[in-house]
Design a protein around this ligand. Structure first.
Ligand code: C5P
Length: 305
């Protein structure tokens, strides 16, 4: 049995709508999520017992509070109680950012352990475990995986509309957004707190998800920006006006649109060309540590091998 290295990409929410509060305390969502080419690298090594975790980051926990640890515990328990694994997380995605950094590591651990130990859990079984770990984990694991080289496992990258708590997924056609700029301000926001302060009556702009899907399906990447909106901005911008300022500045710099991702605080912008995107990147890089010029995450060739 050998080491497995898995790429775990971040996501942005191109739309995020909340339909109401559920009796289980969660919110009923309708959100389009899209993976971008900013990714952590998760390395798994077989171990006869126990879960050992290490990372290059000073900002993530290494025990039960880490979703990747929870994922390992769950999948090993289902496979062979007592079996172990060694996990190393090379952290590149900002933490507490609204980019699903923790969820994508958990998804990588589920898919990776299934591969490492040849557990043969079905996709449905893995998606069920993912949903039990966190609302975004199923999406992060829903891309199709392939093996470019022995010892590597790579997702092709995915875009999906998620409903329910976030676990009811419908995948959307692949589209490449070439110029995406992400700015993560130097503070974190608590997802629990943002959702708990959401007042749908105070929301000024809801996404037009139906129109968004029409233009997405047509492959009209420029016009998707018209229909992007995130209802959680109403809470996060009130708590942290800097998010609104970043959005306005990105628009002034020529973005087609700029939106907060998830519950924030990261803001992403879609740019029409490399030149405008690069200028905005240079300008924000002078002020913020965590600024990324990206495109969509897409792996694998056209023939699907
Ligand atoms: O599922 P997860 O642990 O990632 O969710 C974090 C928190 O976000 C939940 O405890 C809840 O407060 C909020 N949430 C929600 N409705 C959702 C997803 C998350 O209220 N659909």
């Amino acid at each position: 049995m050998q080491t497995v290295i898995i790429e775990a990409p971040a996501k942005i929410n191109l739309t995020l709508d909340v339909k109401g509060k559920r009796s289980d305390g969660y919110h009923e969502l309708e959100t389009v999520m899209h993976q971008v080419n900013l990714f952590d690298r998760v390395t798994l090594e077989p171990r006869s017992s126990g879960i050992e975790m290490a990372t290059n980051s000073s900002s993530i926990p290494l025990g039960q509070e880490n979703l990747a640890y929870k994922a390992a515990l769950m999948v090993l328990q289902e496979y062979q109680p007592g079996a172990g694994v060694k996990i190393f997380i090379e952290k590149n995605i900002p933490v507490g950012a609204g980019l699903a950094g923790g969820s994508t590591d958990a998804a990588a651990v589920l898919a990776g352990i299934n591969h490492l130990y040849d557990c043969r859990f079905s996709r449905q079984q893995l998606l069920k475990m993912a949903a039990a770990i966190g609302s975004d984990v199923a999406f992060c694991m829903s891309g199709q995986y392939y093996q470019p080289r022995p010892g590597e496992l790579v997702s092709r990258g995915t875009t999906a509309i998620a409903r329910g708590r976030g676990e009811l997924l419908e995948s959307l056609p692949t589209r490449i957004i070439p110029y995406i700029l992400i700015v993560k301000p130097d503070f974190e926001l608590s997802t629990v707190q943002v959702y708990s302060e959401l007042d749908l009556k105070a929301v000024e702009q809801f996404p037009d998800t139906r129109s968004f899907l029409q233009v997405w399906n047509k492959g009209d990447i420029i016009n998707i920006s018209v229909y992007m909106a995130n209802v959680l901005e109403s809470v996060s911008i009130r708590k942290k006006p800097e998010i609104g300022i970043i959005k306005s500045r990105l628009m002034e710099m020529g973005a087609l649109n700029a939106l907060m991702s998830g519950s924030g605080p990261s803001v992403f912008a879609i740019f029409p060309d490399n030149e405008t995107a690069s200028k905005a990147y240079q300008a924000f890089k002078k002020e913020y540590r965590e600024v990324y010029l990206l495109s969509s995450y897409k792996r694998g060739d056209k023939n699907g091998s």
